[in-house]
Ligand binder design. Sequence first.
Ligand SMILES: C[S@@+](CC[C@H](N)C(=O)[O-])C[C@H]1O[C@@H](n2cnc3c(N)ncnc32)[C@H](O)[C@@H]1O
Length: 393
Amino acid sequence: MSAKSNQRGAKAPLLGSKIKLNIEKLAIGGAGVARHEGMVVFVPQAAPNEEILAEITLVKKNFMEARVVEVLSASPHRREPPCPVAHTCGGCNWQHITEEEQRRQKHTLVLETIKKFNRDLEFNYLPIQPSPRVLRYRNRIQPKFKNGRFGFFARNSHQIVETMDCLITEETLTDKFAEVKAWAEKKNAKDLQRLEMYIAEEGDVRYGLITDEDDGIGFSQVNRFQNEDLLRTALDWAGDGPYKKVYDLYAGAGNFTFPLAAKYASSEIIGVELNPKLVERARSKITDKRMTYFMSDVETYMRRASIGKDDLVVLDPPRAGASEYTMQTLAAAQPRKIIYISCHPVSLARDLNWFFAQTQKMGIKYKLDRVQTFEMFPQTDHVETIAELRVDS
Ligand SMILES: C[S@@+](CC[C@H](N)C(=O)[O-])C[C@H]1O[C@@H](n2cnc3c(N)ncnc32)[C@H](O)[C@@H]1O
């Protein structure tokens, strides 16, 4: 096999060959980023500012992937993971990096991603908000069971890493692992069982199977400790109002909707959510005639919504972000303020680009006022971001 050439004409090493790499930073997805002869190399389980011996595992036209063979000069941010199965378990990909450095990387990643899609956008970028807990923060997990083995999927595999603990999960849940394993064993199923365990709003532990017919409880914020800070920030940034209408798009079971209804006591409150279970849960809690919960896809809802200039819009889409149509329609509607909560920097950056392309096209003065990254998922590369957009008067 001959050496492949990358875009710039440099010779890429052959698949399987070993090279020395310096890790510059971490990328979305969690891998370390290095450069070899001008080509980007992604290396999972690497740490920033370290030299490694790496084996090339994938060669593409514009990038390569490699695995760490040996750490030649360890990063000052590298550490022994607190969890004994962290090296094999697919649950956490940043346990080998100190929490301080995890936050620094996330803070930089979000800024760089927004700037990549929106070069000229100016905004106030606040320091990252650390999570009150770096371990024992998850209140909803999906363990696996097969042939007597209870645990989590190994990294990039459907093999089960056996464990009777998970350090990022609240002890209220891990204390029940033995009970859940015994429950799964009794079912005597040879096939893989995907389980879900969570702490219900009432405080008790619930668990069950996730099947093709039943996808579990649906979305809920997994870090209730950090969710409190996020909620407080969203309400604070939303300002004093008053608003005629307050929209909560991608509303889930009402995490933001009910506090918004309490704060804006004279506003009409509208929640929009696709998942019927979450809509049902939210509707069962509504006691106020000002509140309406629509079971709808947000884009479909936007086709008939009449968002006005005296309104507030909060949106918290899934990782895929909102659609181009949704962002364009929001821009054209010119609500006084928009609070965008994001769990994926790339979709946030792209959505902002769609939004500001539309305001520019229509000659509307709108401003990205402030952005803050929240550490919602310590020990992983996942990150939450909140952004405030408002009419620029
Ligand atoms: C990141 S969660 C946020 C939920 C809620 N804001 C919270 O804090 O709990 C995104 C929510 O959007 C819902 N969703 C996903 N796609 C949707 C769509 N196209 N239209 C409406 N809701 C959608 C999901 O079911 C999920 O509840």
